[in-house]
Each structure stands twice: as C-alpha cells, then as structure tokens.
Write a protein that binds this ligand. Structure first.
Ligand SMILES: [Zn+2]
Length: 113
C-alpha cells in the first residue's frame, strides 16, 4: 500500500517542463532521471518503471509521483493545488470535485490560498 502523502511529498521534488499540448517531461528530484508524461482524458501515462507494470485496461494511466507532479503543475497554472487520496471515502471528505486518475489514486483540487 502506497501512502499518498509520501507520494505527494516526493512529487514536489520533481522538476516539470511542458513540451507540448499534452506532453511533459519530469526530472526526478532524487535521481535526476527524465520521464515523459502524456496527459490523457483522466490522468496521465508515464515512462517510469512503476508505470510499466500498470494494467493495460487502465489505458496506461499511472498514479506515480511523476504524474502527480504534472497534475500539480497543471492545476498550479489555474491557481489551484491538488490533494491525493486512495479511497473515495477520503476524497469525499474534502467536499470538492474528485478526479479519478486511475491506478487507485484520486485527486481533489482547491483554490491556492
Ligand atoms: Zn512515473
């Protein structure tokens, strides 16, 4: 079981660059390795090792820290911040729109203060 708080903490150290309408590169804050993220309708796919083992019926969507970093980047452009959850119950408690990005990760967004 992954902890979404750790995941979010980890995603903060990554460096995100937009390279196209739906394409981004993320440089890992830990290893400096580069990953390529493609934003899909709900969520995004990634080229990291974690993403390789995501089930195909998930459309390649991945709940890794790289995808979270990109989601945070996109929402930041809209003046919003994200929170990540693993159950609808937890996410629902926020009373905010919930985005299911696949791979068992749910995001809520709120206006940055
Ligand atoms: Zn990844």
């Amino acid at each position: 079981m992954r902890h979404t708080n750790d995941l979010k903490q980890k995603s903060k150290s990554h460096e995100v660059k937009q390279t196209g309408t739906t394409s981004y590169t993320v440089a890992s804050g830990h290893t400096g390795k580069q990953y390529f993220i493609t934003v899909l309708e709900n969520g995004a796919s990634c080229t990291c090792d974690w993403a390789k083992y995501r089930p195909a019926d998930n459309n390649g969507r991945c709940g890794c820290s790289h995808v979270l970093a990109v989601m945070a980047y996109i929402e930041a452009e809209k003046g919003r911040t994200i929170s990540a959850f693993q159950t609808f119950e937890q996410a629902d408690r926020q009373h905010r729109p919930v985005m299911d990005i696949g791979d068992g990760i749910l995001l809520t967004t709120r206006k940055a203060t």
